[in-house]
Design a protein around this ligand. Sequence first.
Ligand code: RFL
Ligand code: PHB
Length: 389
Amino acid sequence: MRTKVAIIGAGPAGLLLGQLLHGYGIDNVILERQTGDYVLSRIRAGLLEEGTVALLDKVGAGARAHREGLVHHGLELAFGGSRHRIDLHGPTGKSVMIYGQTEVTLDLMNARKAAGLHSIYRAGDVTPHDFDTDHPRVTYVKDGVTHEIACDFIAGCDGFHGVSRASIKPEAIKTYERVYPFGWLGILSETPPVSPELIYVNHERGFALCTMRSMRRSRYYVQCPLDDDIEQWPDKRFWDELKSRLDERARDSLVTGPSIEKSIAPLRSFVAEPMRFGRMFLAGDASHIVPPTGAKGLNLAASDVHYLSSGLREYYDEKSSAGIDAYSAKALARVWKAVRFSWWMTSMLHKFPDQGEFGQRIQEAELDYLVSSKAASTSLVENYVGLPF
Ligand code: RFL
Ligand code: PHB
């Protein structure tokens, strides 16, 4: 088989890239290790920047997000027993949209199906080859048979644990990493959200986040020790812990119910540089990870594939390599700002093992400054709604 771009991974980065390239008339094949149902079952991101929604619109996959997504013009910060609203729309004219990653993935999968594009799910042993030559290829095993795809370019959109970044010679890549000493325990429940906007909570017992998927489905997170097991967190313990971190008003109005999903995620900041290796590009979680506190992971995957697809369009339409040559530097400039923002939100809102009472008071002073200074809150808001791309 031959294609112009072989895309490894059918998460949001791979699927969105496939549709953007298709829109430019660039044929592509997606290879995914898992089944489609498995990819759809991963409950992850919930918050989309306007720029991400615009890309879904561009590929004709945004209609349901506009119908079902919840547009938020503000968020709340809770600390020291009270809650403070931060207006997103006033300082920036922008908003964010609550629309689950599972729904984004489903809409992109449906768009790909409707366009009759080729995807290979349950592709085993996917391996990129010869990307430092002009004739890259990807091999994979399906039903016990090895296949090969010859291509012009390979796009590694296979997430943090994928094969693309792992195929690069260690001396060709530089990585930066910070692992945080806690995780997020998240649950999904068929209950109305405690408040119409997201609440980010700094509490002496640890961080909490009240978010949602719809006005009938809530998503809550609490900071937990990294080595906790999900078995240690029956629903009752989760709700009690969440309540203990909420302000009185939120505690009184919280509706609890059985969890329909529960998982623990570690928190990490990670960047691999560069994002291009000859004829292979990395995009999304394959090249960078941010802690979810700033809600930036999926949105960065979207801006990466925007830069990459426009570089590839330039290559095919205008016979110019300028766009693909600039891809890594352009994408990384935006990535590092989101890495900085997510690290800062994480540092300000979580309880660190060694912070002591001094650290707690410093966090509260910073939060107090944020909610009382227009300059400080505008900086948060500008980053939260998404820097331009
Ligand atoms: P993905 O989604 O991991 O998809 C990669 C795909 O590649 C496949 N794959 C392979 N395929 C073939 N061969 C191989 N060897 C392969 N290895 C892997 C995988 O099966 C998978 O299907 O990466 P992608 O596309 O870059 O997308 C990134 C996002 O998923 C991620 O950044 C977000 O989920 C992060 N995130 C959030 N991002 C936001 O923008 N807003 C949020 O509100 C937000 N909340 C979150 C989050 C992540 C969380 N967790 C669990 C880490 C909340 C949480 C709790
Ligand atoms: C989510 O809805 O899952 C979500 C929202 C905002 C965040 C992180 C996660 O910062």
